[in-house]
Design a binder for this molecule. Structure first.
Ligand SMILES: NC(=O)c1ccc[n+]([C@@H]2O[C@H](COP(=O)([O-])OP(=O)(O)OC[C@H]3O[C@@H](n4cnc5c(N)ncnc54)[C@H](OP(=O)(O)O)[C@@H]3O)[C@@H](O)[C@H]2O)c1
Length: 282
């Protein structure tokens, strides 16, 4: 492999090289190949991680099995659709309703979820989850991972979502309250988590909530990792809140994937640094 971006170095693929991949569409923007290949090279492992832009998910999954792929990440828009295609799903992914990691075993494909681990570790850089209340904006896969992670660590969640129906469904499923976005100014909690794509590149000037409500939170976490510092996080800092970026979540979910696939201690610093550099120099 060679690259003119200065973050890759020579590696020879041979007949013994283990192959890992990410399934998504689009997938060109994914930071996962950079992060996992850096980890493989750092540890001197005979393994490679490839991006696969998928049109036909069932055919792609059959192909992975046939080609003896060792492990896969699953990203947008397949995290829910993949559930029907695995041989086994663990309890965590089942409860979240989304799979972001495939593990290939002798018994078939096991689906699991590491997004919630990434988010829990990110929140815990700011405050403990136990006994705190978190407002989760959104009701999609990232929000479900957030609510699951918060509850499983002894916290309380309040769901706020644009579509009331979808938001209430999520809130009811986890036995948590729902609040409409227009009523957020009446809510007080320890931490606000943006689990919507609002503010993501290239719509970097967007933000999911008005600045004045941010004073109601000690901490604000964004799941968006591009840009690393969203408008929401900049505004939260200006209001005196502690903040954490979806960049941290992304790296932590990847570290957990690497650990599951390889049963090896991941080179966390190298994985973090390479993604950070790429995002800051995009
Ligand atoms: N950092 C990480 O490792 C990581 C991991 C996973 C996901 N993510 C990020 O998380 C974000 C959400 O992903 P997802 O998979 O949960 O997406 P999703 O399943 O499509 O859900 C998106 C949610 O955001 C809401 N939403 C979308 N546009 C909105 C808008 N303009 N105003 C208000 N609400 C809006 C939707 O509300 P409605 O229900 O009303 O449509 C929905 O609840 C993405 O930016 C993704 O990149 C980051």
């Amino acid at each position: 492999m060679n690259s003119n971006r200065g973050d890759s170095f020579m590696f020879t693929v041979t007949g013994t090289t283990s192959t890992y991949c990410v399934l998504g569409n689009p997938v060109a923007h994914s930071m996962s190949p950079l992060m996992h290949n850096t980890a493989f090279r750092h540890l001197g492992m005979d393994a490679i991680y490839l991006p696969f832009e998928v049109d036909d998910l069932p055919a792609a999954v059959s192909g992975l099995k046939a080609l003896n792929i060792k492990g896969a990440s699953v990203t947008h828009p397949f995290k829910e659709a993949i559930i029907e295609l695995v041989d086994e799903i663990d309890d965590t992914a089942k409860k979240i309703g989304a799979i972001n990691t495939l593990v290939f075993t002798k018994g078939g494909i096991l689906g699991t979820n590491t997004d919630w681990v990434g988010l829990v570790k990110t929140i815990e850089t700011l405050l403990p989850i136990s006994d705190h209340t978190f407002v989760v904006l959104g009701a999609g896969g990232a929000a479900r991972a957030a609510v699951f992670g918060i509850i499983s660590h002894g916290g309380k969640a309040i769901v706020a979502n644009r579509s009331e129906k979808k938001g209430r469904l999520l809130a009811d499923e986890f036995d948590m309250p729902f609040v409409s976005l227009s009523k957020l100014e009446n809510v007080q909690a320890a931490c606000l988590i943006n689990a919507t794509p609002v503010g993501m590149y290239p719509q970097e000037d967007d933000t999911p909530v008005p600045t004045q409500i941010l004073t109601r939170y000690k901490a604000v976490v964004d799941v968006i990792y591009n840009p690393v510092q969203t408008k929401l996080l900049k505004e939260a800092q200006s209001q005196g809140c502690m903040t954490a970026s979806g960049f941290e979540m992304f790296v932590h979910q990847g570290i957990e994937q690497f650990r599951i696939w390889t049963d090896t201690t991941p080179p966390a610093k190298e994985m973090r640094d390479v993604v950070y550099q790429r995002l800051m120099n995009k």
